[in-house]
Design a protein around this ligand. Structure first.
Ligand SMILES: *Cc1c(COP(=O)(O)O)cnc(C)c1O
Length: 704
């Protein structure tokens, strides 16, 4: 904890508690945590990107003195610390792992908080929620990832609607991260990983996530060349050679970090194929003790599990065999095998010289249990990978499913949290997997629930006014548009959200399929307003064109007032959107949605789903807890789009809009609030991370 003591030396003594809190993200999901840091200096908190370390480094001495003199603020901080200490002191609560032999979780990205930009999207948000849920559950787990110095790209959209990318450096010294030291002299730990001809050196940062330690490898050290320092610069770097080097570093380097720290995992969980090489490096102790590689690999396989997230064949990373032989040759040699043996483990048909190396195939061969992330995705994955088990019927392909869930305390808005605290009793988030926890929702007065929904929508609308006006001015939209949009975007209007990675299969274009009908919805007497956010991969021009089409329609149809594109989608923007939107639209092309999680986040806040029956919604929809479009697969994409767009317009026009605006004499939309209750009662227990983690424990981690 040297970093926190260095930090507290600049703080007036009553604030030392804040320096200790700053270095454990547990504050981020204690109810009063974010507000305590904000209240130190609200303007600075926002200017620092809600990063508590920067807040304490950069707040002026006067403001710090003022905070130190605020007895109630200090008392609130002390309460947070007491909760943290109590949380850390709980004994482990499982028999699948223990503190000496924890679960080791490997992932290329983690979305823990907006202040640590080492995530891109859904995979990272899920991994972040898993770490928080593991901490809440007292499940012994350590996590491994990479400290990206520039993270994922930031997004700006120009006046033509074209996405521009830029990167902002993160200084780990100004993050809630501490360098891991090793050996007797307490100097920073150094890990060496041979990648191709380079002997790559990495240092390791530790980020505390409640009870979970997250170790992040970082190659930006003076011993490395410019090229190898670059490895941990950008998340999902566009250069395939850099990407492969990242995966070798994550898997092999990550396993070496755990070994250097004396951590022998009971289970290795590779979250998506990027982490596959962890299984390779985990064989080293057995190989060094004389086992041959095949036996060592089988030993590792017995304690390795793998989660696949990619139902799109092209989304499963693959690399030419030569590239893999070159990158992994030295690691292979040190394990007594050839690079070719590794390549064969990553081919669907090992002997097919034409076939590239696939990380998913390798990960499937390296693990004793595998799972997809929704029931339907499990089935899609069994079909997709049955070629690896040619002797088995498709239903017997050993890929199960654990449907994703979300970390309720991280995603529930403050007004909704207060409402549920009142009606469900304190501690309800810990029992979020039990449907009985949510039974009292039925008895909440419709007016009370509606007031909370109104308040959360109003907060979103305020935020949108602020952000979108600045963004419109910056991209040079006419001033009268800027001003008109500020008037039109309204806290009383049915607010629809569409936010996700802007890949073409997510089909943002369905919302514009019939421009006149969209226009009718936006401009009717019972209007809707639409919020869109999301990033297209820098090399995905198809995805970028979707945003441009939206801009073109907006301009042409004079609908700019009620359609807002929020730039630079991230965890912070996501939290605002899922908190305030009344309807969450998700219309991916079936069966390409592995699960999706943002709709679950909306459900916690009383938002309703209008989604294709794919991913999680194929199992979540019960006929009355939202609305559904058919999930049929159709090879004729144009026909499928037309069909789905027709269903979407029909539902919006004849069900969603009337139900939202149909009010009783007290002004309450009774049918709407009844649907919200049903949605919350059925969906929160089924899609919380509490349920997800208990399924990982029982179905995946526990040997059967
Ligand atoms: C939850 C979340 C996602 C997941 O989006 P889906 O479209 O539901 O898969 C992506 N990005 C961010 C920032 C999120 O918070």
């Amino acid at each position: 904890m040297r970093a926190s003591s260095a930090l507290s030396s600049r703080l007036p003594w009553p604030l030392g508690v804040l320096a200790r809190l700053a270095y454990n993200y547990r504050w981020a999901w204690l109810a009063d945590g974010p507000d305590v840091f904000r209240d130190v200096d609200p303007a600075r908190w926002s200017a620092c990107g809600r990063n508590p370390v920067r807040l304490l480094q950069e707040t002026s001495a006067e403001a710090l003195l003022r905070a130190a003199g605020n007895a109630s603020l200090v008392a609130r901080a002390e309460q947070l610390e007491a909760a943290l200490i109590e949380d850390l002191a709980r004994p482990a609560a499982t028999d699948v792992a223990d503190e000496e032999h924890p679960i080791a979780f490997f992932c290329a990205e983690y979305g823990l908080h907006v202040s640590l930009p080492i995530y891109a999207g859904g995979l990272g948000a899920l991994a972040g929620d898993i770490l928080k849920a593991a901490s809440d559950r007292a499940l012994p787990l350590v996590a491994v990832g990479l400290m990206y110095r520039h993270g994922y790209f930031r997004q700006r959209v120009d006046h033509t609607g074209w996405q521009q990318e830029y990167w902002v450096p993160t200084d780990p010294e100004r993050s809630p991260a501490v360098l891991v030291t090793g050996g007797d002299d307490r100097t920073p730990l150094r890990i060496r990983v041979p990648i191709g001809a380079d002997d790559v050196v990495a240092q390791v940062w530790r980020v505390n996530v409640g009870r979970v330690a997250l170790f992040l490898l970082d190659t930006d050290v003076p011993e490395n060349t410019r090229v190898t320092r670059w490895i941990t610069t950008r998340l999902y770097d566009s250069d395939p050679e850099t990407r492969l080097a990242q995966y070798v570093l994550l898997g092999c380097g990550g396993a070496a970090v755990l070994r250097a720290l004396g951590i022998t995992p009971s289970i290795v969980h590779m979250n998506e194929g990027h982490a596959a090489f962890a299984a390779l490096e985990m064989t080293r102790p057995a190989v060094e003790q004389g086992a041959d590689f095949a036996a060592a690999f089988e030993g590792v396989r017995q304690r390795t599990v793998f989660t696949t997230h990619t139902p799109v064949p092209a989304g499963n990373d693959s690399y030419p065999a030569d590239q893999v032989r070159a990158a992994l040759g030295p690691v292979a040699q040190s394990l007594g095998i050839s690079g070719d043996e590794i390549v064969r483990l990553g081919r669907t048909r090992a002997e097919d010289e034409q076939e590239p190396f696939g990380v998913t195939q390798f990960a499937l061969r390296a693990s004793r249990a595998a799972n997809g992330v929704s029931r339907r995705h499990g089935a899609v994955s069994r079909e997709m990978w049955r070629v690896l088990w040619p002797d088995r019927a498709v239903d017997d392909v050993p890929i199960a499913h654990v449907t994703n869930g979300v970390h309720v305390p991280s995603w529930v808005g403050a007004p909704m949290r207060r409402l549920l605290d009142r009606h469900l009793g304190e501690g309800w988030t810990r029992h979020a997997a039990d449907p009985a926890t949510f039974e009292p929702i039925d008895a909440i007065a419709a007016a009370e629930l509606w007031a909370v929904r109104w308040e959360q929508r109003r907060r979103l609308v305020d935020y949108v006014h602020d952000r979108s006006q600045l963004q419109r001015i910056a991209r040079g939209e006419p001033r009268e548009h800027v001003e008109a949009s500020a008037r039109a975007f309204d806290a009383g209007v049915l607010t629809i959200g569409f936010a996700r990675r802007l890949a073409t299969y997510k089909r943002l274009h369905l919302l514009l399929h019939d421009v006149q009908r969209s226009f009718g919805l936006l401009r009717g007497d019972r209007p809707v307003q639409l919020l869109v956010a999301g990033k297209a991969h820098p090399r995905d021009d198809g995805g970028k064109r979707l945003v441009q089409e939206l801009f073109a329609v907006r301009a042409q149809q004079d609908a700019f007032e009620r359609v807002v594109f929020l730039e630079d989608y991230n965890l912070g923007v996501a939290a605002r959107l899922v908190g305030g939107c009344d309807v969450w639209i998700n219309v991916p092309r079936p069966p390409l949605e592995a699960s999706g999680t943002s709709g679950m986040k909306a459900a916690i806040n009383g938002g309703l789903q209008l989604s294709v029956l794919d991913g999680w919604w194929a199992e979540g929809y019960d006929g009355a807890n939202g609305w559904a479009l058919s999930g049929d697969v159709d090879p004729d994409e144009a026909a499928q789009d037309a069909h789905h767009a027709g269903e979407l317009y029909r539902l919006l026009e004849s069900e969603v809009v009337p139900e939202f605006y149909e009010r009783d004499e007290a002004g309450i939309p009774q049918a709407w609030t009844a649907r919200i209750k049903r949605s919350m009662r059925t969906l929160i227990p089924a899609y919380s991370s509490v349920r997800m983690l208990s399924e990982y424990e029982e179905r995946v981690y526990r040997e059967r």
